[in-house]
Design a binder for this molecule. Structure first.
Ligand SMILES: [Zn+2]
Ligand SMILES: [Zn+2]
Length: 258
């Protein structure tokens, strides 16, 4: 069974999808799913992007099975590292993804993060922050959407060009590779040939540095987005010499492919 490893239900501030809707869609597609609701401790707007992990586990726990795994997407920040680590260790989750969503108390979704700065400055800060956070958060299983910033940056060209930023990207990949952590292929952005050409040198470099595993996740916020582009992502992983895995009780399992 293939598993889509990244999606958000109503415990996430930005999603209204119910567990029942996610399960119905996964059944329709004949795939399994990992629920990964947003947990961004210290989020700048109080009460947003945090939820009660106990409630989540007791509501969703009874539905756990081979095809319904339970994870969390943790926002990575140095100012709540220990609180995040403690929370992560307090429930037996299948999977923990780490993400850079907020830097200096500003959500990367907000225009103010970019105002008055060049792309070079902002992207360098983004990858430097990612490096510091990835080094410190040794308990996450996979690093989500490495080019997240390009979704929301306010520049004419928001792409992350590997050659331009390799000095700051390589150390991130090296830490993940050395620890055996995975790198995510996030399919929220459609995997067009042009987009894959941008990602290719990053994932190839990850393999060169000793990385072995990728996770593939749709980052779905509604049921219709579940399972998006999974096959394309698996083929892309092959091209890079990386194996797609999902995590069950914190252990990597190979995706069962035809
Ligand atoms: Zn995210
Ligand atoms: Zn997400």
């Amino acid at each position: 069974m293939l598993i889509d490893t990244h999606m958000h239900t109503r415990y996430s501030t930005d999603s209204e999808m119910t567990l029942a809707e996610a399960m119905a869609r996964s059944q329709e597609l004949g795939i399994g799913i990992t629920i990964t609701d947003h947990m961004d401790l210290n989020y700048p707007n109080p009460g947003e992007f945090v939820f009660d992990l106990g409630d989540y586990c007791s509501e969703y726990g009874p539905y756990r099975s081979e095809k319904l795994l339970l994870g969390v997407e943790f926002g990575l920040r140095m100012d709540c590292l220990e609180a995040t680590r403690e929370l992560a260790g307090s429930y037996p989750l299948d999977y923990m993804i780490g993400s850079i969503h907020v830097i200096n108390d500003i959500d990367l979704y907000w225009e103010s993060f970019y105002r008055g700065h060049s792309k070079q400055e902002v992207y360098s800060l983004y990858f430097a922050t990612m490096l510091e956070c990835v080094k410190a958060h040794d308990f996450i299983h996979s690093l989500a959407h490495i080019d997240y910033i390009s979704r929301y940056a306010r520049f004419a060209d928001t792409h992350v060009y590997y050659d331009e930023f390799k000095e700051v990207i390589d150390p991130v990949l090296a830490v993940l590779a050395e620890r055996g952590q995975a790198l995510e292929i996030n399919t929220k952005r459609v995997l067009t040939p042009e987009y894959m050409a941008l990602l290719l040198p990053v994932y190839r470099r990850f393999a060169e540095l000793g990385g072995r595993h990728v996770t593939v996740g749709s980052d779905a916020h509604r049921a219709s987005e579940i399972g998006r582009d999974m096959k394309t992502a698996f083929d892309f992983a092959d091209c890079c010499g990386l194996r797609p895995v999902y995590f069950k009780t914190g252990k990597p399992e190979y995706q069962a492919r035809d």
